[in-house]
Design a protein around this ligand. Structure first.
Ligand code: BGC
Length: 288
């Protein structure tokens, strides 16, 4: 890779991110966040709670963490339920939606977040590694989206709550468009999420249902510790990030609140890249 311009190498100040949105953009709305016990899912669940939504905090492993997230949401005056379900299991997904509808009456917002990586060089990738990633990252999003759409269509628009009959946000990745050697299963799952999201969006737009993705870049979470935990790894990562800082989970939480809210009412079928410019072909900043 070409070396970046020298002024682009100057240290940049640490950022202090605002934590709690001052307006309750999602007042009276009911949200389900999958994989909400840690990382990006956790931050989104908390941000939705701060914005006035009641939240189902889905988890598969990490019950204690999920209960902590629920407690944090209740601390903002909302109701939260931690619920264990494997998003790749049809019965468990249907059971989770039944429980949510029994407890909250409906579902207004689905955040399809649960996702995993099982990395391997391509010729060493096992069928199990391939299948598990596709099952969780793609089939899991399909199963949850299908249940949400059924409920959105059944209920329709309740204009006191939202302009839309429902909102789905798929948590994708920059790797829905950036190929990723050594992570073929993951990139294939996220490429799949992109066209699944757009196709569902096209199909359900006439029902006033909005379906979008957030495509995060490198966000400081447990999934990619190796990419940021040492100064050497962090510096190498910054070569890929024109904005010259790692993303924080709150960057994604705030984007999700906006995209789920009526402020984004005319936005459907789009991927919102929250990536500090990772998708801007940073290798071309000095070359080409
Ligand atoms: C992956 C991370 C990676 C980031 C940028 C994400 O989707 O889960 O491991 O650091 O993309 O490459």
């Amino acid at each position: 890779m070409m070396s970046p311009r020298s002024d682009a190498n100057q240290p940049l100040p640490e950022v202090t991110l605002p934590t709690c949105p001052s307006t309750r953009l999602l007042k009276n709305q009911k949200a389900l966040v999958t994989g909400a016990n840690s990382g990006i899912g956790r931050a989104i669940a908390v941000a939705l709670g701060h914005a006035g939504a009641d939240v189902v905090v889905n988890y598969l492993h990490g019950e204690d963490q999920a209960r902590e997230v629920a407690a944090e949401i209740e601390h903002c005056g909302q109701t939260a339920i931690a619920h264990r379900a494997d998003v790749s299991n049809e019965e468990q997904v249907q059971g989770m939606f039944r429980k949510m509808i029994a407890a909250f009456g409906t579902v207004d917002i689905l955040i399809n977040n649960a996702g995993i990586q099982k990395d391997a060089p391509f010729d060493e990738m096992t069928l199990e590694q391939w299948r598990t990633v596709i099952d969780v990252n793609l089939t899991g999003q399909f199963l949850c989206a299908r249940e949400a759409i059924r409920e959105f269509k059944r209920r329709g628009v309740v204009k006191e709550v939202s302009c839309a009959a429902g909102k789905i946000i798929c948590i994708s990745s920059v790797h829905e468009i950036i190929p990723w050697a050594g992570h073929v299963n993951y990139a294939a799952s996220k490429g799949g999420v992109m066209l699944m999201m757009k196709s569902i969006a096209q199909e359900v737009a006439p029902y006033r249902i909005r379906v979008n993705s957030i495509a995060p870049g490198a966000i400081r979470t447990p999934i990619n510790t190796a990419a940021w935990e040492t100064p050497k790894a962090y510096d190498a990562l910054m070569e890929l990030v024109p904005y010259r800082r790692i993303g924080e989970v709150e960057d994604i939480g705030r984007a999700a609140v906006w995209l789920a809210s009526d402020h984004a009412d005319y936005v459907t079928g789009t991927s919102l890249f929250v990536d500090g410019g990772m998708t801007l072909y940073p290798g071309f900043s000095t070359g080409g």
